[in-house]
Design a protein around this ligand. Structure first.
Ligand code: EPZ
Length: 429
């Protein structure tokens, strides 16, 4: 028996959706719990599979975790292990980011190499090089990174080859608990990096410059507890705004800082949508025709790669020919062929996709390959005529909380079903 999401498309979305806490913000913040013996309380934690995996990972290191919906209290009074196994890193690539905090607190770490995945090769060379520069002795054997720093890490001047979000998180966490001044040049500027730095500062650490390419970390001998709120999920917000555009509807996504959407807001305006921003919301309303655009993904504040797949779904219904260049992950076009099964006309060549807008999509059975590809197919499904079945919906559970309920509140018809060999029956979600 396998689950799938059934979408009955064709109705314009309208209304207000409250986005949850950002998955990609919460993950590094939760991992920073390793840096202190004291408790950190996290509010606005999204209810997602990736969060459950992170909690499981932290528990292996000795974390005590209390959970009530929306809030996690985490403390690691004693580090009882320093190993992140292949099964966990394979299930959640970001698990690799515990390497730095484990080294900084425990002087040793054994973490499986994440390897490539469906969206690209995703090497971790910058993580390894930065921690080596900080004095870690790192060996890679049989797909596992063995790192030791028995006398502690030392501060360093790190120059990143490109603004890797994960490598920036990794160094901030390691350096926060390494006495002396560490600098990162070429750092990622994403809002999730700023959120991590804010957390470290509220733990008694000292990080300056987060949100710019030059970050300075004044490392401390110890860090304390904190009480923080996870930032709103800009990618979830963008997904609902694109769904509104694709269905010629109007949606307000609240619970985010509009500045966190960066260049994506300009793309919405270029598509001919009416866009309005408030302190904690963005709303879009269709003006009828959706215009084709030419865009490239880029590190923040450019157009986020995580919105590329949802954007492609919407552009497949625009008037004219759009062009998307994917500059972050070389293999992140798996959704194009599935959208074509729904009637989209998309040609992919290396890092470029050419999208010839069509008048309508039609429902079809499709398969999700990653979180954002799944979101693209949901957008395709709500905009399409007829019924779409999205298989492998576990990708959705990793990144979009209460997806069916949130879309349904906006007037879409979505439900989760279970397929057995012969027929379909409701799974009751
Ligand atoms: C984070 O991944 C996000 N993941 C991704 O979100 C997001 O797509 C990505 O940043 C870019 O914004 C989380 O926050 C959990 P990178 P990360 O290191 O940190 C190359 C989603 O859908 N690179 O910024 O792994 C890398 O191959 C996801 O929620 C190296 O070459 O991304 C890529 O081409 C998936 N060597 C580029 O840099 C390294 O050592 C950017 O990757 C590290 C990265």
């Amino acid at each position: 028996m396998s689950e799938f999401i059934e979408v009955i498309g064709g109705s314009p979305l309208s209304g207000t959706v409250t986005v949850g806490g950002a998955k990609n913000g919460a993950l590094p913040m939760l991992m920073a719990s390793i840096l202190t013996a004291e408790q950190i309380q996290y509010d606005n934690v999204p209810n997602l599979e990736d969060i459950n995996l992170t909690v499981h990972l932290l528990e292996q290191f000795g974390a005590r975790v209390e959970y009530v919906p929306g809030t996690l209290k985490v403390s690691v009074p004693e580090l009882v292990a320093t190993e992140a196994s292949y099964s966990l890193v394979k299930a959640l690539r970001a698990s690799f980011w515990v390497l730095g905090p484990l080294l900084a607190r425990g002087g040793a770490a054994r973490v499986a190499l994440p390897g490539g995945d469906i969206i690209g090769a995703r090497p971790v060379d910058m993580h390894v090089a930065a921690l080596s520069q900080m004095g870690a002795d790192i060996k890679v054997k049989h797909g596992v990174v063995y790192a030791t720093a028995p006398d502690g890490l030392r501060p360093a001047r790190i120059q990143l080859r490109s603004p890797s979000v994960g490598a920036t998180h990794q160094v901030i966490m390691a350096a926060a608990l390494t006495r002396g001044i560490t600098t990162i040049e070429g750092a990622a500027r994403e809002p999730e990096v700023v959120a991590l730095a804010d957390l470290i500062n509220s733990m008694g650490g000292h990080v300056e410059g987060a949100g710019t390419s030059s970050i300075t970390i004044f490392g401390k001998e110890s860090l304390g507890g904190a009480h923080v709120r996870v930032l709103g999920d800009r990618i979830e917000a963008g997904t609902y705004l694109l769904a509104a555009a694709a269905t010629r509807g109007s949606v307000k996504a609240q619970g985010i800082n509009p500045a966190h959407l960066g260049g994506f807001l300009d793309v919405l305006a270029d598509m001919g949508l009416s866009v309005e921003c408030g302190d904690d919301y963005v709303s879009v309303a269709s003006r009828g025709t959706l215009k084709a655009v030419s865009v490239s993904t880029a590190p923040f504040p450019g157009l986020a790669t995580d919105l590329q797949a949802p954007l492609m779904a919407t552009l497949s219904l625009a008037e004219g020919t759009s062009r998307i260049e994917e500059n972050i992950f070389e293999g992140r076009f798996g959704h194009a062929s599935e959208l074509c099964r729904m009637g989209a006309k998309i040609e992919v060549s290396e890092r470029t996709a050419i999208i010839h807008g069509v008048e309508r999509l039609t429902g079809a059975p499709v398969e999700a390959f990653d979180i954002r590809a799944a979101a693209a197919l949901v957008i395709g499904g709500v905009a399409a005529e007829g019924v779409t079945h999205i298989f492998e919906p576990q990708h959705i559970r990793r990144g979009y909380e209460y997806l069916e309920a949130k879309f349904s509140k906006l007037g879409a018809h979505l439900c989760c079903r279970v397929a057995d060999a012969e027929d379909f029956s409701f799974a009751g979600c």
